[in-house]
Design a protein around this ligand. Structure first.
Ligand SMILES: Nc1ncnc2c1ncn2[C@@H]1O[C@H](COP(=O)(O)OP(=O)(O)OP(=O)(O)O)[C@@H](O)[C@H]1O
Ligand SMILES: [Mg+2]
Length: 247
């Protein structure tokens, strides 16, 4: 479980995260939703130290980080082994093949043998239906395929949580569905995930828990069924706007 307590972040005196406290459970998919600018990406990136909150704490297993103090390299490396961000396709190494992209970090950072790393990578490629593509290079793949490789790359590090920020925003609808299907499969397999998305249909399908953020505050933190089936007036307004925007 990841627990955050009183997480706060300001940019130029503007409060972006307003003393957030919440838990993200393992073996569950938590989906973060909310209006543009509400702090969703900032919150997600804080869990992977891509953003440093000004204050507050983050705990996962026996590791606790106090953002008000300096974070040692050992501590940040420990956190980065537990949470892995799925970057969008431009983060694949263009000069490495698909299988090399997936295995480079396990070999270099986790000190896995090449044999073990390749065997695991092949299993991951099977999982995302890309077994035939292990020797391709990123530029030979569609956006959806590259995004699925990015998911394999994050999973290859065997993190506790994978983090995804609008995983399909750059994809056309057909490719989007390929990626959403893989993520739904992973969710059913109890991979712990935290996903930011504007796609409410996907959120409904994949989420165990929903966090609704507005202006850096938690407006809702609970079960997905409750969010969609018994929305408060504010959530109902948000949901109807999201549906209208899609039309
Ligand atoms: N590096 C930065 N410098 C200054 N302000 C920032 C920075 N990053 C984010 N912000 C501000 O923080 C607020 C929250 O941004 P964030 O990216 O977390 O929103 P979001 O909920 O992910 O929005 P969206 O749905 O549009 O992606 C916004 O007002 C944004 O302008
Ligand atoms: Mg964002």
């Amino acid at each position: 479980m990841i627990s955050i307590h009183n997480l706060a972040k300001k940019y130029d005196n503007k409060t972006v995260l307003d003393n957030l406290s919440l838990d993200f459970q393992t073996q569950e998919t938590t989906v973060i939703v909310g209006p543009s600018g509400s702090g969703k990406s900032t919150l997600l990136k804080s869990l992977n130290l891509l953003v440093r909150p000004d204050s507050g704490t983050l705990s996962i297993d026996d590791l606790t980080i106090d953002f008000a103090t300096k974070i040692s390299k050992t501590t940040s490396q420990k956190l980065l082994q537990k949470t892995s961000m799925v970057f969008q396709n431009w983060n694949l190494f263009p000069n490495l093949s698909v299988i090399e992209n997936i295995t480079i970090a396990p070999i270099e950072n986790l000190h896995q043998s090449k044999d073990i790393a390749f065997t695991k990578a092949k299993k991951l490629l099977e999982l995302v239906n890309l077994s035939d593509y292990e020797n391709y290079y990123p530029q030979q793949l569609s956006g959806g395929q590259q995004q699925r490789i990015s998911i394999c790359r994050a999973l290859a590090m065997e993190p506790e949580f994978i983090l995804l920020d609008e995983p399909t925003s750059a994809l056309d609808p057909e490719l989007e569905n390929q990626v959403l299907r893989i993520l739904t499969d992973l969710s059913h397999k109890k991979q712990s995930m935290i996903i930011v998305t504007h796609n409410m249909e996907f959120a409904k399908l994949v989420a165990d828990k929903i966090i609704f953020l507005e202006a850096g505050k938690i407006i809702f933190n609970g079960q997905s069924e409750e969010f969609f089936q018994k929305p408060s007036p504010r959530i109902e307004q948000f949901l109807s706007k999201m549906t209208l925007e899609k039309d």
